[in-house]
Every structure is written in C-alpha cells, then in structure tokens.
Design a protein around this ligand. Structure first.
Ligand code: GAF
Length: 398
C-alpha cells in the first residue's frame, strides 16, 4: 500500500465530479467523512469511559445523485467494483464485503423510519483500510450523509453517529464502541476531543499549532483482531459481574476506581484483574491527558501516552511486536512528545505527537529503523486534526 496524500479538496471534488459524470452521466453532490486517530483512551469506549480522538485529513468521499426508483447503484473506486441492491432488500447478516457498510447505512436509516430514495453513488476511500484508522466509520458517516442528503432528509448529527455504529454492529458484524463514529461525525479542525462515552458529552482540546500528528503504519494486521476484540469485551463484562458482588452500583468499568479494584483484587483471576486495571487506569490517564493538553504540559501528555501503550501491551495484551518497535524507536527521536498504538491493536498504526520542526527527521529515522528491524517499510503520514463529516460545496454552489 502506498501512503495516500492529504488531498486538496478542490482537486478531489473536480475529479469526483468528472468521474461521476463519466460513470452515471449526471452531476453529483459530494460528501466526505474523515478517518481518525485516538490520542489516548483505548478500549475504554465500550466500558463507558473517556476517549480522546481527533479526525485526520484523510477522507472517504461519496459522490451521489438521487434516482427515481428504490435501487442503490454503488461504484467503489477503491475496489474497482460495482454493487447494486434494492432498498427493500438491504436487511440481512454480514456478508464480509465492503458493501455491508453501504447496505447497513441504508438498512439502519430505513429501520429508523427515514424513507430513502434510490441513489447512484461513487465512493472513493483514502483512509487506509485495515490500518486501525477507522476507514469503516468514515464510510458509514459519508454514506449516511449521502443517502439522507439525496433523499432530502435532515438527520441530527448524533442520530447519524448512533445509526452508523448500529450499521457497523448489525450489518458488518463488528461490535465496536461509539468512539470512531462519534469522531467521524463531530471532528473539529485543529482539535482533539475529550468524549465521555457514557453521557456522550464532549469538549474540544486545541492542539498547539507547532505540534503534528504523525501516524506510523506498521503495515501488519494480525488475524486475531476481531476475535480478540470481542474477547476483551467479554472479559470486561466478567470483571463488572464479579465486582458487582461487592459494589452493586457498578454497571460498567467506568464506575470502578483503582482503590475499589485493588481492595477486591482477590475476587478476580489475574487475567481479569489485569484487563480491568488497564481500563480503570486508562480512564484516569485520559482525564489527566486532557488536563495536560489544555494547560500545554506536553511532557506530561507524552508520559501518559507511553504509559497507555505499556498498559495496552502488558495488561490488555492488544499490542504486537511491530507496534512496540515503532513506539520504542519513536521514543528515542528528537522532537517526539509521546507515542502509542492507536485503535483496536494487533497491528495497524501508532500515533506520535511530534514537534513540527522535527517531523521530517522523525519520519526518516522511523522508516529506516523499522525497515532494519522488520524488513517492512512503514508508511508515515503527517496529519492535522480535521473537521468531521460534511457535504462539500462544489464551486458552482459557492
Ligand atoms: C476500535 C473500535 F471500533 C472502537 O470502538 C474502540 O473500541 C477502539 O477499537 C479501541 O479503543 O477502533
């Protein structure tokens, strides 16, 4: 896979319009949604805890026009493949195909009572797939906006976010939490967000203008990912069940403090204890990281990011050798503020906060060291924090 470039909006829009006209003979409306990184707060969303993601300036684009019937005709540029389905036939289990996300968004919107038009869609995804940057949430949000947009339906943003998660759970079969869809919907340029996954309240956290988000793709994706994700969810549920014997008020690991956990350590197996310890300490780290970012204490933020990685590696056991190497190499480079794995784990990417003037040297050094250690070439992307899903105005409309 080659590194996608952070695209220029107007060039991309013009190119999409030209390709859509060639394919469908019409002028489309254009929608897009971003991928994401998570700065800290990993595997906490489904425990009703805190997360700190930022949208990145790599997008999934959907060009769309309405049809007079109930057919969805979808061309995926990325897979070089066309898929057709009638809106009355979209329900059904995962088919393990990219179209599950499109079918899923149509399905959840219709089930929620929105009556959609058929549509012609052209999808062009620039969020690396399988890299832990949430290309699936980007596809869900952009498709949801497109399908509702060409049907003349306005959907409250939070509803669209929740429906997108439902599409991922029910149509793609991934039991994800809310983080990825939320940031794809509510991303804010120049900011990370601190999201409380219980109340769904969030606040903006400005990222200093001389700090860059540098994403290192390990270029590996270990097969374990989906199965182990569900396993971790079950282990967290088990921890809650056992702790409720002493603390009936606990409904999620979010409610557990370090003191509560330590004083009932002997009620849990070592494995369940370590899984719970990751979640409980990660929530604290995320709250502290938000304070550090707000007060520009970047050394403290960096320290918390490294501690998060260690906890994911040792207690939660969702890292892998390649991610550990990338974090270790990063820790030794001048200008690095903090580094950790980002997303579900078992491969994918690390997120590195790097001082702007050190970015080029950082990139060169990581690529060289990773190649030497693993024989693989890491893709290294530099991003700023981007805006969430939107319809993109085309020039004639401006
Ligand atoms: C994946 C999931 F989709 C998110 O909901 C979240 O749980 C994340 O893994 C781990 O923090 O991206």
């Amino acid at each position: 896979m080659t590194a996608p470039s952070n695209e220029s909006t107007s060039e991309m829009v013009q190119s999409l319009i030209a390709r859509f006209k060639e394919h469908y003979g019409e002028t489309p409306r254009i929608f897009r949604a971003p991928g994401r990184v998570n700065l800290i707060g990993e595997h906490t969303d489904y425990n009703e805890g805190l997360v700190m993601p930022a949208a990145i300036d790599f997008y999934t684009w959907v060009a769309a026009s309405p049809r007079n019937d109930r057919l969805l005709r979808v061309w995926s540029q990325q897979y070089n493949e066309q898929f057709e389905i009638y809106l009355d036939e979209v329900q059904g289990p995962p088919r393990k195909h990219w179209s599950d996300y499109v079918r899923g968004m149509a399905g959840v919107l219709e089930s929620a009572g929105y009556t959609l038009n058929g549509a012609n869609l052209l999808i062009d995804g620039h969020v690396p797939v399988g890299a832990g940057l949430s290309s699936s949430a980007a596809l869900e949000l952009s498709t949801g906006l497109a399908l509702s947009g060409v049907s003349g339906i306005e959907i409250a943003r939070l509803d669209l976010v929740m429906l997108s998660q439902k599409a991922e759970n029910n149509y793609a079969g991934a039991m994800c939490g809310i983080m990825d869809q939320f940031i794809a919907g509510f991303g804010h340029a120049g900011n990370a967000i601190l999201l409380d996954c219980r109340s769904l309240e969030y606040s903006l956290l400005p990222i200093a203008s001389d700090v860059r988000l540098v994403i290192c793709n390990s270029m590996v994706k270990h097969d374990l990912a989906a199965g182990e994700y569900n396993h971790r969810r079950a282990e967290c549920a088990e921890a809650v069940k056992l702790l409720r014997r002493s603390y009936p008020q606990v409904t999620a690991l979010r409610d557990v403090t370090t003191e509560m956990l330590e004083s009932h350590r002997s009620d849990l197996s070592d494995l369940i204890y370590r899984r719970a310890r990751h979640v409980v300490t990660e929530n604290d780290r995320t709250a502290n990281a938000a304070k550090a970012l707000r007060s520009n204490h970047l050394d403290e933020l960096g320290r918390l990011m490294f501690a998060s990685h260690a906890s994911l590696r040792d207690d939660y056991e969702v890292s892998c050798r390649e991610l550990d190497l990338l974090v270790e190499f990063a820790s030794k480079v001048e200008g690095l503020i903090g580094a950790r794995m980002t997303g579900g784990g078992f491969g994918g990417c690390t997120i590195n906060l790097v001082r702007a003037d050190a970015v080029n040297a950082f990139r060169a050094e990581i690529i060289a060291k990773y190649k030497q250690a693993t024989g693989r070439r890491a893709d290294v992307f530099i991003s700023s924090a981007a805006e969430g899903a939107q319809q993109v105005k085309v020039e004639a409309e401006q």
